[in-house]
Ligand binder design. Structure first.
Ligand SMILES: [Zn+2]
Length: 244
Protein backbone atom coordinates (compact mmCIF):
# COMPACT_ATOMS: atom_id res chain seq x y z
CA UNK A 1 0.00 0.00 0.00
CA UNK A 2 1.35 3.41 -0.97
CA UNK A 3 2.01 5.88 1.78
CA UNK A 4 -0.57 8.36 0.55
CA UNK A 5 -3.21 5.74 1.30
CA UNK A 6 -1.72 4.72 4.61
CA UNK A 7 -1.64 8.18 6.10
CA UNK A 8 -5.39 8.87 5.84
CA UNK A 9 -6.06 5.45 7.33
CA UNK A 10 -3.78 6.18 10.26
CA UNK A 11 -5.47 9.54 10.71
CA UNK A 12 -8.83 7.80 10.71
CA UNK A 13 -7.70 5.18 13.22
CA UNK A 14 -6.25 7.90 15.39
CA UNK A 15 -9.59 9.70 15.32
CA UNK A 16 -11.43 6.55 16.34
CA UNK A 17 -9.08 5.89 19.25
CA UNK A 18 -9.34 9.50 20.44
CA UNK A 19 -13.13 9.40 20.29
CA UNK A 20 -13.47 6.16 22.27
CA UNK A 21 -14.29 6.52 25.99
CA UNK A 22 -11.19 6.14 28.16
CA UNK A 23 -12.80 3.55 30.41
CA UNK A 24 -14.17 1.41 27.58
CA UNK A 25 -14.78 -2.17 28.66
CA UNK A 26 -17.52 -3.17 26.26
CA UNK A 27 -16.54 -4.86 23.03
CA UNK A 28 -15.98 -2.06 20.47
CA UNK A 29 -17.06 -4.40 17.67
CA UNK A 30 -20.52 -4.31 19.22
CA UNK A 31 -20.92 -0.60 18.41
CA UNK A 32 -24.55 0.14 17.71
CA UNK A 33 -26.09 2.74 15.40
CA UNK A 34 -28.46 3.92 18.11
CA UNK A 35 -26.31 4.08 21.22
CA UNK A 36 -23.13 2.34 22.35
CA UNK A 37 -22.20 1.90 25.98
CA UNK A 38 -18.53 2.39 26.71
CA UNK A 39 -18.23 0.97 30.21
CA UNK A 40 -19.73 -1.68 32.45
CA UNK A 41 -22.42 -0.21 34.71
CA UNK A 42 -23.20 -1.34 38.24
CA UNK A 43 -24.84 0.02 41.36
CA UNK A 44 -23.44 3.41 42.30
CA UNK A 45 -22.74 4.53 38.72
CA UNK A 46 -24.35 7.65 37.37
CA UNK A 47 -24.59 9.48 34.10
CA UNK A 48 -26.32 9.60 30.76
CA UNK A 49 -25.21 6.04 29.99
CA UNK A 50 -27.08 4.89 33.11
CA UNK A 51 -30.17 6.77 31.97
CA UNK A 52 -29.95 5.16 28.54
CA UNK A 53 -29.76 1.77 30.27
CA UNK A 54 -32.74 2.63 32.49
CA UNK A 55 -34.86 3.38 29.42
CA UNK A 56 -34.03 -0.07 27.98
CA UNK A 57 -34.91 -1.92 31.20
CA UNK A 58 -37.90 0.27 32.12
CA UNK A 59 -40.15 -2.72 31.45
CA UNK A 60 -38.56 -4.71 34.29
CA UNK A 61 -39.36 -2.73 37.47
CA UNK A 62 -41.30 -5.53 39.18
CA UNK A 63 -45.03 -5.76 39.87
CA UNK A 64 -46.67 -2.38 40.34
CA UNK A 65 -43.39 -0.48 40.29
CA UNK A 66 -42.05 2.19 37.96
CA UNK A 67 -38.32 2.54 37.35
CA UNK A 68 -36.97 6.07 37.76
CA UNK A 69 -35.09 7.33 34.69
CA UNK A 70 -32.76 9.58 36.66
CA UNK A 71 -29.32 8.41 35.55
CA UNK A 72 -28.56 7.08 39.05
CA UNK A 73 -27.85 3.33 39.20
CA UNK A 74 -29.55 2.44 42.47
CA UNK A 75 -31.15 -0.69 43.88
CA UNK A 76 -34.18 -0.38 41.60
CA UNK A 77 -32.01 -0.24 38.50
CA UNK A 78 -29.98 -3.23 39.69
CA UNK A 79 -33.20 -5.21 40.20
CA UNK A 80 -34.48 -4.19 36.77
CA UNK A 81 -31.20 -5.19 35.09
CA UNK A 82 -31.34 -8.51 36.93
CA UNK A 83 -34.89 -9.18 35.71
CA UNK A 84 -33.87 -8.26 32.16
CA UNK A 85 -30.93 -10.67 32.35
CA UNK A 86 -33.16 -13.42 33.71
CA UNK A 87 -35.71 -12.82 30.95
CA UNK A 88 -33.05 -13.42 28.31
CA UNK A 89 -31.11 -16.21 29.98
CA UNK A 90 -28.04 -14.11 30.75
CA UNK A 91 -25.96 -14.29 33.90
CA UNK A 92 -28.21 -12.43 36.32
CA UNK A 93 -25.94 -10.30 38.49
CA UNK A 94 -27.56 -6.89 38.03
CA UNK A 95 -24.37 -5.57 36.44
CA UNK A 96 -24.69 -4.32 32.88
CA UNK A 97 -21.63 -5.50 30.93
CA UNK A 98 -20.89 -6.67 27.38
CA UNK A 99 -23.41 -9.56 27.37
CA UNK A 100 -26.24 -7.33 28.60
CA UNK A 101 -25.38 -4.56 26.14
CA UNK A 102 -25.13 -7.09 23.29
CA UNK A 103 -28.68 -8.22 24.04
CA UNK A 104 -29.88 -4.62 24.10
CA UNK A 105 -28.15 -3.94 20.77
CA UNK A 106 -29.91 -6.96 19.31
CA UNK A 107 -33.24 -5.63 20.61
CA UNK A 108 -33.00 -2.08 19.30
CA UNK A 109 -33.36 -0.51 15.89
CA UNK A 110 -31.13 2.29 14.64
CA UNK A 111 -33.64 4.90 15.83
CA UNK A 112 -33.44 3.38 19.35
CA UNK A 113 -36.92 1.89 19.29
CA UNK A 114 -37.18 -1.76 20.30
CA UNK A 115 -37.33 -4.04 17.27
CA UNK A 116 -41.02 -4.87 17.54
CA UNK A 117 -42.40 -1.33 17.91
CA UNK A 118 -42.15 1.90 15.90
CA UNK A 119 -42.76 5.60 16.44
CA UNK A 120 -45.30 5.57 13.60
CA UNK A 121 -47.60 3.04 15.22
CA UNK A 122 -47.58 5.07 18.45
CA UNK A 123 -48.83 8.19 16.67
CA UNK A 124 -52.58 8.46 16.17
CA UNK A 125 -52.99 11.26 13.68
CA UNK A 126 -49.73 11.03 11.73
CA UNK A 127 -48.56 14.20 13.45
CA UNK A 128 -45.03 15.53 13.97
CA UNK A 129 -45.44 14.95 17.74
CA UNK A 130 -46.16 18.62 18.39
CA UNK A 131 -49.40 20.12 19.72
CA UNK A 132 -49.81 17.93 22.76
CA UNK A 133 -49.36 18.84 26.41
CA UNK A 134 -45.54 18.55 26.18
CA UNK A 135 -42.94 19.39 23.55
CA UNK A 136 -42.62 17.16 20.52
CA UNK A 137 -39.25 15.96 21.81
CA UNK A 138 -40.71 15.02 25.20
CA UNK A 139 -43.68 13.28 23.62
CA UNK A 140 -41.35 11.17 21.47
CA UNK A 141 -39.11 10.42 24.44
CA UNK A 142 -42.13 9.33 26.47
CA UNK A 143 -43.30 7.11 23.61
CA UNK A 144 -39.88 5.50 23.42
CA UNK A 145 -40.03 4.51 27.09
CA UNK A 146 -43.50 3.03 26.61
CA UNK A 147 -42.20 1.01 23.65
CA UNK A 148 -39.45 -0.52 25.80
CA UNK A 149 -42.05 -1.41 28.43
CA UNK A 150 -44.13 -3.06 25.71
CA UNK A 151 -41.10 -4.94 24.43
CA UNK A 152 -40.60 -6.42 27.90
CA UNK A 153 -44.28 -7.29 28.12
CA UNK A 154 -44.25 -8.86 24.65
CA UNK A 155 -41.29 -11.04 25.58
CA UNK A 156 -42.88 -12.08 28.87
CA UNK A 157 -46.00 -13.16 26.96
CA UNK A 158 -44.17 -15.50 24.61
CA UNK A 159 -42.94 -13.02 21.97
CA UNK A 160 -46.24 -12.95 20.16
CA UNK A 161 -47.07 -9.68 18.36
CA UNK A 162 -48.80 -7.00 20.41
CA UNK A 163 -51.49 -5.13 18.48
CA UNK A 164 -50.89 -1.37 18.81
CA UNK A 165 -53.74 0.91 17.78
CA UNK A 166 -52.20 4.27 18.55
CA UNK A 167 -50.43 6.44 21.07
CA UNK A 168 -49.57 10.15 20.94
CA UNK A 169 -52.31 12.67 20.11
CA UNK A 170 -52.07 16.42 19.66
CA UNK A 171 -54.88 18.37 21.35
CA UNK A 172 -56.76 18.65 18.07
CA UNK A 173 -56.27 14.94 17.38
CA UNK A 174 -57.43 14.07 20.89
CA UNK A 175 -60.53 16.23 20.48
CA UNK A 176 -61.25 14.67 17.10
CA UNK A 177 -61.22 11.14 18.51
CA UNK A 178 -63.15 12.12 21.65
CA UNK A 179 -60.27 11.60 24.07
CA UNK A 180 -60.45 12.73 27.69
CA UNK A 181 -59.23 16.27 28.45
CA UNK A 182 -56.20 15.22 30.50
CA UNK A 183 -55.50 12.08 28.50
CA UNK A 184 -51.99 10.64 28.71
CA UNK A 185 -52.18 10.40 24.92
CA UNK A 186 -51.40 14.15 24.98
CA UNK A 187 -48.06 13.31 26.66
CA UNK A 188 -46.99 10.56 24.29
CA UNK A 189 -46.69 7.75 26.83
CA UNK A 190 -50.16 6.23 26.37
CA UNK A 191 -50.63 3.28 24.05
CA UNK A 192 -53.91 1.65 23.05
CA UNK A 193 -53.73 -2.09 22.49
CA UNK A 194 -55.98 -4.34 20.45
CA UNK A 195 -56.89 -7.81 21.67
CA UNK A 196 -54.24 -9.51 19.53
CA UNK A 197 -53.53 -13.18 20.19
CA UNK A 198 -53.27 -12.51 23.95
CA UNK A 199 -56.74 -11.07 24.64
CA UNK A 200 -57.60 -7.90 26.52
CA UNK A 201 -57.54 -9.25 30.06
CA UNK A 202 -54.21 -11.04 29.69
CA UNK A 203 -52.68 -7.80 28.36
CA UNK A 204 -54.18 -5.68 31.14
CA UNK A 205 -52.98 -8.08 33.83
CA UNK A 206 -49.51 -8.51 32.39
CA UNK A 207 -49.03 -4.73 32.03
CA UNK A 208 -48.95 -4.49 35.85
CA UNK A 209 -45.49 -6.07 35.78
CA UNK A 210 -43.95 -3.74 33.23
CA UNK A 211 -43.99 -0.21 34.59
CA UNK A 212 -47.40 0.98 33.45
CA UNK A 213 -48.97 3.08 36.19
CA UNK A 214 -52.12 3.61 34.16
CA UNK A 215 -54.00 0.59 32.87
CA UNK A 216 -57.57 0.88 31.60
CA UNK A 217 -59.44 -2.04 30.11
CA UNK A 218 -62.72 -3.92 29.79
CA UNK A 219 -65.35 -2.76 32.24
CA UNK A 220 -63.87 0.72 32.51
CA UNK A 221 -65.87 3.38 30.65
CA UNK A 222 -64.94 3.46 26.96
CA UNK A 223 -62.42 0.63 27.21
CA UNK A 224 -64.33 -2.49 26.30
CA UNK A 225 -62.67 -2.58 22.89
CA UNK A 226 -59.06 -1.91 23.83
CA UNK A 227 -56.55 -1.83 26.66
CA UNK A 228 -54.93 1.51 27.42
CA UNK A 229 -51.50 1.53 29.08
CA UNK A 230 -49.58 4.65 30.07
CA UNK A 231 -47.31 6.34 32.56
CA UNK A 232 -48.83 8.44 35.33
CA UNK A 233 -47.43 9.94 38.52
CA UNK A 234 -49.78 7.86 40.67
CA UNK A 235 -51.19 4.43 39.96
CA UNK A 236 -54.63 4.06 38.41
CA UNK A 237 -55.56 0.59 37.19
CA UNK A 238 -59.14 -0.24 36.21
CA UNK A 239 -60.38 -3.13 34.14
CA UNK A 240 -63.27 -4.46 36.27
CA UNK A 241 -64.28 -7.13 33.76
CA UNK A 242 -60.78 -8.57 34.16
CA UNK A 243 -60.84 -8.38 37.94
CA UNK A 244 -58.56 -5.33 38.01
ZN1 LIG B 1 -55.92 5.29 25.48
Amino acid sequence: MKLRFVLPVLALLSGIVTAAPAAAQADPSAADACYTWGRTLSQGASGEDVRQLQIRVAGYPGYGAVLGLDGQFGAGTKAAVTRFQQAYGLGADGIAGPATFAKIYALQDNDCTPVNFTYDELNNCNSDWSGGNVSAATARANALVSMWKLQAMRHAMGDRPIDVNGGFRSVSCNNAVGGAAGSRHLYGDAVDLGAGPQGFCALAKQARNHGFNEILGPGYTGHNDHVHVAHKSSRFWSAPSCGI
